[in-house]
Design a protein around this ligand. Sequence first.
Ligand code: FAD
Ligand code: NAI
Length: 462
Amino acid sequence: MSDYDVIVIGGGPGGYVCAIRCAQLGLKTACVEGRETLGGTCLNVGCIPSKALLHASHMYHEATHNFTKMGLMGKSPSVDFSKMIEYKDNVIEQNTKGIEFLFKKNKIDWIKGWGSIAGEGQVKVGGDIHNAKSIVIASGSEPSSLPGVEVDEKTVVSSTGALALSKVPNSLVVIGAGVIGLEMGSVYARLGSEVTVVEFLDHITPGMDKELGKTLQRSLKKQGLKFVMGAAVQSVDTSKGKAKVNYKLRKNDKEASLDADVVLLATGRKPFTDGLGFEALGGKISPRGQIETDAHWRTSVSGIYAIGDVIDGPMLAHKAEDEGMAVADVIAGNHGHVNYGVIPGVIYTSPEVANVGLTEEQLKEAGVDYKVGKFSFMGNGRAKAVFQGEGFVKLLADAKTDKILGCHLIGPAAGELIHEICVAMEFGASAQDIALTCHAHPTFSEAVREAALACGDGAIHA
Ligand code: FAD
Ligand code: NAI
């Protein structure tokens, strides 16, 4: 007799969404989570707290830079950082408690503690063994380490420490110009830190459409962020609460260093499988540490599935959630589906960046005959009215069929606008389908339509 139809290990966006969908499909479900609160990396130390600090720091920036331009006069606000952290913690609490409520509503048991797989259909938590017909591993990821750099979460921090500093540092060196580095770098630059980003490659945000990366970097430089590109960090020395970041320039092997109050190590994340006991059962793990699965999220061990950051694919909350819902369907005997070709990515900097589908570089490499429809936000009335004319929409479509192949956006509300293209791509739409759809005026969305028009007879306001 099984205690449960499904036990999910991990209560992050992959795991909690999977548990809710399993329960909705009539499966008796439990979720094992070792943290004090549900919601995983995303709600506790990732997406949600970082967006809270991005919002607060953006508001501060608007108040100190743009208010007087609109005739809003008066004393500028000052930063009470401990209050800002309190606001962020409150946002986390509301969100994690929300998941607890959803578990109760859906009659999901939260088994508190760290789980390991003891045998076929058996999950051990503390001294107890819980039985299940199916087990879903959604154990997520943790920050990658870098040789020579010891994270103490005070002077040298991971993203977790960067979300909980005791004060705004005078100087911050960020190692890695990826998503975490640029989002957290933006937060502290807006709050007054001198921020220097040290990146191994010669461009920021690897994997993203290069034109977008260049525009974002230019904009971040204007906001005061400094960049050292093509630099391999060798080590970080700490002494009396200060740090020295030692790096070597890749083009000429020249060695240099940067002093900082705080160093943020943001060179990627790696799958988390510690203590799971999966390998002891003969489970296959890739050389990159990811649990290997087939197209239906089945691992090499019968009855065990895996989803989210712990498997292949982009380490994004919505990707984990989609897999969570799909694997629940598979377990319930339905057809579970994730369209990996249409997973949007968003960087919550200012301007915001969003993308979906293939980049121009990928299309070139694949030898696809494509066309580009581009429209600058400078031609968008709404964007100019709110000082956000910087950036553009770049739509990529098949040169012969006009089918949309990708979209790369930098500008106001990019993270919202991208979803028009996601839906269009799900329906196999052409650029003309967007161009012929009436868009309300004055909205940022008109820029998306103009980019679609630019794929055909031409944009109107260009
Ligand atoms: P996780 O969220 O990592 O959850 C796994 C959970 O499993 C954890 O709570 C862990 O405690 C638990 N666990 C692990 N092993 C066990 C065990 N043996 N027993 C019990 N419990 C266990 N993504 C976005 O899409 N948008 C964003 O804006 C965004 N911002 C981010 C900002 C930061 C600073 C960081 C670090 C990440 C961000 N991400 C963002 C990435 C996002 O957080 C992850 O992709 C997402 O959380 C992955 O979900 P998951 O369920 O696979 O794993
Ligand atoms: P990342 O993979 O986005 O970027 C890491 C950067 O570090 C790269 O630019 C890489 O070239 C650079 N790097 C690697 N080694 C280096 C070295 N030795 N010296 C200097 N630079 C080096 O990883 P990041 O920013 O840590 O984020 C981890 C994950 O979290 C990402 O995969 C992302 O998907 C997710 N995330 C998503 C967010 C979002 O969706 N808005 C926000 C934050 C994180």
